[in-house]
Design a binder for this molecule. Structure first.
Ligand code: PTJ
Length: 256
């Protein structure tokens, strides 16, 4: 593959595309994952390709929630494995969360490949592969319904990224807390989740890791207060207002 010159104005964006295309050729990412990325890129442009204030607030609440959960699980799909494998493993170690492969376009070959890929970045155990995904999320038609008994099925908190709305809704119905990372503040996932981080997963995860490290030694009561003080609906509205204000500034004429 051609080298991308570091001086290219869209260097980072091109590197991310390259990672996804390589992971697609390796059989980790599905073609639909490339389409999903395109949608994400368009939304990221509207955010100005930076982490906005409401996302920082959601990240803080998500960190507190993950640190106070008994059985937190990080759900991994093809795109997240390709984009942030090192960070997924690091986060799982800091908050003592299990890693579970959960795919929309599920095949045993991809499950195994993603599991091995995460292990090459230091993961000790990866759930949800083959017969380990023997439990079923009720009310879900897609192959995302197959989950591990020790993982998503019994989790109290599940972190999902680039997810479809159906599973988030069902997980919440099962009584679980869901942390979603999604660039689309209007998606069903964003609205159904307990805490939605509207940001690019490539920016959000490193910030989430830092925030978890910052809060690691905080008292449980303080962490619980951060979680209960967070209102997802309000935060999503704040995010949409930020986007509106940004677009208003960009569209205003100087002499207005
Ligand atoms: O690996 P699989 O088989 O589980 O399939 C994964 C995909 C991504 C194909 C599957 O989950 C899917 O089709 O997702 P959707 O329904 O297209 O939703 C993806 C959401 O993630 C959309 O709202 C995108 O805007 C958003 N998104 C795309 N790229 C990013 C993102 N959010 C955060 N960071 C990104 N880099």
């Amino acid at each position: 593959m051609d080298e991308i010159p570091r001086t290219h104005p869209r260097y980072h964006s091109l590197i991310i595309r390259k990672k996804l295309v390589e992971a697609f050729r390796q059989g980790i990412v599905v073609p639909e994952g490339l389409i999903a990325h395109g949608r994400g890129e368009a939304l990221d442009y509207i955010l100005g390709e930076k982490t906005l204030e409401p996302a920082y607030r959601a990240i803080k609440a998500a960190s507190a929630l993950l640190l106070t959960s008994k059985n937190p699980v990080i759900s991994v799909n093809g795109n997240t494995a390709a984009l942030v494998p090192k960070e997924l493993v690091e986060l799982s170690k800091i908050v003592k969360a299990k890693l579970e492969v959960n795919l929309f376009h599920r095949t045993i070959e991809r499950e195994i490949k993603i599991g091995e890929f995460l292990k090459s970045f230091g993961a000790e155990e990866v759930l949800g592969i083959g017969s380990d995904a023997s439990e079923t999320i009720p009310g879900l038609e897609s192959k995302r319904r197959f989950v591990s008994n020790r993982g998503i099925y019994s989790a109290d908190t599940v972190l999902v990224a680039l997810e479809d709305g159906d599973r988030t809704e069902q997980l919440v119905r099962m009584g679980k807390k869901v942390v979603a990372i999604d660039l689309n503040p209007f998606s069903r996932t964003a609205r159904a989740a307990s805490i939605t981080i509207v940001d690019n997963v490539t920016r959000a995860l490193p910030i989430l890791i830092e925030e978890c490290k910052n809060l690691l030694n905080s008292k449980r009561d303080e962490l619980k207060e951060i979680v209960t003080g967070f209102d997802n609906e309000r935060n999503l509205k704040d995010m949409i207002r930020e986007i509106r204000d940004r677009l208003s500034t960009l569209s205003s004429l100087e002499d207005e």
